[in-house]
Write a protein that binds this ligand. Structure first.
Ligand SMILES: NC(=O)c1ccc[n+]([C@@H]2O[C@H](COP(=O)([O-])OP(=O)(O)OC[C@H]3O[C@@H](n4cnc5c(N)ncnc54)[C@H](O)[C@@H]3O)[C@@H](O)[C@H]2O)c1
Length: 277
């Protein structure tokens, strides 16, 4: 991919959850564009190893920060370290989140609170503290990785959907309050994406086929699909996109009417569609 259209070269990009399935891909793609990448994660060794790899492969400056996004002191220290090293911050990608499956009636209070802490408070704290630098600079871009499950509940996923719905609103509020300071805030809503963690769901071809049928685009997404949207939102090419929720899901979010069983043998795209393969 050429760096000229996106213009991300030398931008300072902070990515949380940087060594997870999505975070690793985002970090690599920003480095490939020539951005200075700040990797934030709980996992010190993995974060340092990825930072070194990106510098070796792409010749870009990187910074590895072991930081818990829910810890005020650690986040403030991360902001200071980034500003001391690079003097600015252009993009924050909030990716660090947790998902613990449980029916609501069995969800323990400490699990509920932990999900709220990481998935909402962590996103808020990072945005607020890096946002203050962006306000001073009069420019900056916030990208929050949410999920299609923020629009419709992912059953038995504990507090996950609730926290992600809150992220969508938080992002809009940031867009509304901070747009005047040259800050844009948008959410990305992935669904049905093959990641290192979800890859095993697809080892059964019946599961993959059943899922593909429900997607308008008739395929399962990949990390590049999500990363391309993140890069676009980080770049000035999306300069007038603010407060948006962008589903990256092959259109599954708008297929609900098609999923309703139809009477009298009426044609139904998800069921009657024949895979051209
Ligand atoms: N994987 C999918 O299919 C999928 C689909 C929709 C949305 N998402 C969203 O994408 C994002 C990333 O998902 P993933 O599959 O890469 O997850 P992952 O579990 O592979 O990675 C999450 C990373 O965040 C880090 N992390 C967790 N808590 C942290 C904290 N408090 N402080 C700092 N780092 C912390 C972990 O160490 C890990 O490296 C999440 O926001 C998730 O909700 C994922």
């Amino acid at each position: 991919m050429s760096d000229s259209w996106l213009g991300l070269k030398n931008k300072v990009v902070v990515i949380t959850g940087a060594v997870g399935g999505m975070g690793t891909k985002f970090s690599k793609d920003f480095a490939e564009q020539g951005a200075k990448v700040v990797l934030v994660d709980l996992l010190k060794d993995k974060t340092e190893a990825l930072a070194k790899k990106l510098t070796d492969e792409y010749g870009v400056e990187t910074l590895a920060l072991q930081c818990n996004t829910t810890n005020e002191k650690e986040v403030d220290q991360a902001v200071k370290t980034v500003v001391d090293k690079f003097g600015q911050v252009d993009v924050l990608v909030n990716t660090a989140a947790i998902l613990r499956f449980s029916p609501l009636e069995d969800l323990r209070l400490d699990e509920w609170k932990q999900a709220l802490d990481v998935n909402i408070t962590g996103y808020f704290l990072m945005s607020q503290r890096f946002g203050k630098i962006m306000i001073k600079q009069n420019h900056g871009t916030l990208i929050h990785i949410s999920t299609a499950a923020s629009l419709s509940p992912e059953t038995y996923s504990g507090a996950y959907s609730t926290t992600k719905a809150a992220v969508n609103m938080m992002s809009k509020q940031m867009a509304a309050e901070w747009g005047q300071f040259g800050i844009r805030s948008n959410t990305v809503l992935p669904c049905l994406v093959k990641t290192p963690l979800s890859e095993n769901f697809y080892s059964d071809p019946k599961v993959e086929d059943g899922r593909k049928r429900l997607v308008a685009s008739k395929r399962i997404g990949n990390l590049t699909d999500i990363s391309n949207t993140v890069l676009f939102l980080a770049s000035d090419r999306s300069d007038y996109t603010n407060g948006s929720e962008i589903p990256v899901d092959g259109g599954i979010h708008m297929m609900i009417s098609d999923m309703i069983p139809k009477p009298g043998g009426r044609r139904q795209y998800a069921i009657d569609h024949h895979d051209p393969k």
